[in-house]
Design a protein around this ligand. Sequence first.
Ligand code: IPD
Ligand code: CA
Ligand code: CA
Length: 264
Amino acid sequence: MSQETGLDTRFAFANVIAQEAGAMALDYFNRRETLVIETKRDLQDVVSVADRNVETFIRQRVAETFGADGFLGEEYGYQEGQSGFTWVVDPIDGTAPFVNGMATWCVSIAVLHRGVPVIGMINVPCDDELYAAAAGMGASLNGKSLSLDQSRTLQNAMTGIGCNTYVTPQRVGAIIAALLGKGGNFIRNGSGALMLAYVAAGRLVGYYEPHMRAWDCMAGYCLVKEAGGTHLAFPTEGEALLQGHPVLASNQTVYADLLAIHAD
Ligand code: IPD
Ligand code: CA
Ligand code: CA
């Protein structure tokens, strides 16, 4: 894919809006005691005006510049496009850490081309970190190229595990037991998108969560793949794009091990 097909221009634009949206979200974070916190599916599923307004900002910026592109965002849903490109955005991933004053949240922006994630941009404002990847162009963290270390295993590295109330406590317990049984260990920081970026950066050897949505994982998937890792396919045809699916991304060295835990 090249300049003529629109990847380069969207990549440059995604970089700019990820930074603008990150600055806007950080401003809300720094005055979070003024935000009214609402709940969605359950008491753990929180949202505020910060999530909504950051998404609206990104939607408007994309619509002004790429009016024929589709857009899927967590807060305001799906609008189909005509160009073959679809922006998939989680304005704040890690809203629970965000509203509780922890730094592990991010703005996640992906672009799909005919269903395949070709751009992944994750901005982590509290850490001043911008993860960026585009298909065939590699992945980077603050401009420094990312490439996974083939010596990392489940045993000598940490694995991110995520969960939400779509998955039973028994299933989550079994996943963690299986990982510990293989000599691995788990970590969860409240932002699945950020933990996927950590896989791309080699900080985690893999990430697994049994049920996530496209806006949680598409940017991370592009980053992990471009850093040399691999991931499960996330179905993007028709309604499947709007539904939840298992998410697994890792260094190639542990993919079979994590797939076995997923299949158990
Ligand atoms: C959630 C986070 C969390 C993951 C959940 C997601 P949100 O997204 O990524 O780590 O375990 O499945 O829904 O609600 O903070 O955007
Ligand atoms: Ca999310
Ligand atoms: Ca979110």
